[in-house]
Design a protein around this ligand. Structure first.
Ligand SMILES: *Cc1c(COP(=O)(O)O)cnc(C)c1O
Length: 409
């Protein structure tokens, strides 16, 4: 019996076979708890706690004001047809708001559809990669996309550059490649990479910006599809993908759609482009997600756009990494400072203290989702620094960490 990862960390299976007269008669499977870590009863003083205890890396803190605003549209927007004016106006507001926020270069369009960022990988596999792609694979998300493309029977085996966790491979040109695929921020490890253009004339830069968009500065002209799902830096809910697409990417999608390639209708980007131009989606979207995303985008834009939203992440990042460097029990996991993510901080703890225990103590005090990415197998916490998370709450969190570590030692 194989246990799911989240159980395997704590439990092991013990299988016992019963035999009667030499014949197997029954099999019993027990779960045996590996470690009986008792979580110390530590109460963080209330005035030290952050105002909001959500520090996850996705889904992330949704602002209560956005949810309140959504409930204000309980009867004229929620539960109405996505083909009619109220919803189409909301989609138009979202598309315009994203274009403004990301400073869309001339001719770029905001396209959206269902399926989240993972769904967009499949769209790209069917509708953007012509023959062969090059991938940077350096964590859970970037490796998943590369694996998906490698399994696609209609494409050539992709070129894949890998590197150790906590680093990223260099972004180099590769011969005979028509699409370059890499994340702006690898959410699992907290490594970021500034999007730039490489490769032959006409090669597309497909940038996974799921945890980066809205939280990191970038140059849109260096990308052809800057795509994301809104449950991270946009403080909304999941289910949707949104892509800022260049004229070259739109042209590629149209050319592939007109070719002999079979494309499942939900993964046909030409269909998504045509629908988006009418402020619709091919099939029914989550209206709440559209509203919440739009609400956050408007908040960003009303306060100065990307400089404002990314500025909040810079402030939080500066604080948490300076804190980690100044404590002898903690250090930033990502060694190279320029690759240290400003939206997701991975903080290593030394052997004197268990990150799992800290995580449990924080949880008992209402501070959620600070667990590290399991597959890294490190004594680590991972902390979302997204724009909706108040930089003052990141300060409160480090005060809480100091308090917990001192109470544990
Ligand atoms: C969260 C995440 C995804 C997956 O997003 P879904 O909406 O769950 O499909 C993909 N890429 C990155 C970089 C992410 O952070």
């Amino acid at each position: 019996m194989t246990l799911p990862k989240y159980l395997a960390a704590t439990f092991q299976t013990l299988e016992i076979f019963f035999e009667i007269s030499g014949k197997r008669a029954a099999k019993h499977c027990f779960l045996v708890k590996l470690t009986d870590v008792t979580i110390p009863n530590i109460t963080i003083p209330i005035d030290m706690l952050p105002v909001d205890g959500r520090f996850g890396s996705g889904p992330t803190k949704v602002r209560p004001s956005a949810l309140k605003a959504l409930s204000g549209r309980a009867t004229d927007y929620m539960g109405t047809s996505h083909r009619r004016t109220p919803v189409r106006l909301q989609v138009a507001e979202l598309r315009n708001g994203i274009a403004e926020l990301l400073r869309a270069p001339d001719g770029y369009e905001v396209v959206l559809g269902n399926g989240g960022a993972t769904g967009f990988w499949d769209c790209a596999t069917f509708s953007l990669i012509a023959e062969r792609s090059h991938h940077l694979s350096f964590g859970e998300f970037s490796s998943k996309f590369a694996k998906g493309v490698a399994a696609a029977p209609h494409l050539c085996t992709p070129s894949v550059a890998t590197s150790d966790h906590g680093t990223h491979p260099p972004l180099n040109s590769v011969d005979g490649v028509d699409s370059y695929c890499y994340p702006h921020n690898e959410t699992s490890t907290g490594v970021m990479l500034n999007p730039i253009r490489v490769g032959d004339e006409g090669a597309l830069m497909l940038v996974d910006a799921t945890s980066a968009a809205g939280g990191l500065m970038f140059d849109g002209a260096a990308t052809d599809a800057y795509y994301f799902a809104p449950q991270k830096a946009f403080a909304a809910d999941g289910g949707l993908w949104i892509a800022l697409m260049s004229p070259a990417a739109i042209e590629r999608a149209e050319r592939i759609a007109a070719s002999h390639r079979w494309i499942p209708p939900t993964l046909n980007l030409k269909t998504a482009i045509d629908n988006s131009r009418k402020d619709q989606t091919y099939n029914t979207p989550a209206l709440a997600t559209i509203f919440l995303t739009s609400h956050t985008v408007n908040w960003f834009n009303a306060n100065g756009g990307l400089a404002f939203s990314a500025g909040r992440c810079v402030q939080s990042a500066e604080h948490i990494y300076t804190w980690a460097e100044s404590r002898d029990f903690a250090s930033p996991f990502v060694y190279n400072e320029s690759a240290r993510s400003k939206v997701v901080a991975t903080i290593d703890f030394d052997n004197s203290v268990s990150a799992d225990v800290i995580y449990e103590v924080l949880l008992a005090n209402g501070i959620v989702d600070t667990f590290g990415y399991r597959s890294l197998g490190r004594n680590q916490l991972r902390i979302g620094l997204f724009p909706a998370i108040d930089p003052s709450d990141i300060e409160a969190l480090t005060n809480c960490l100091d308090y917990v570590v001192s109470a544990l030692s």
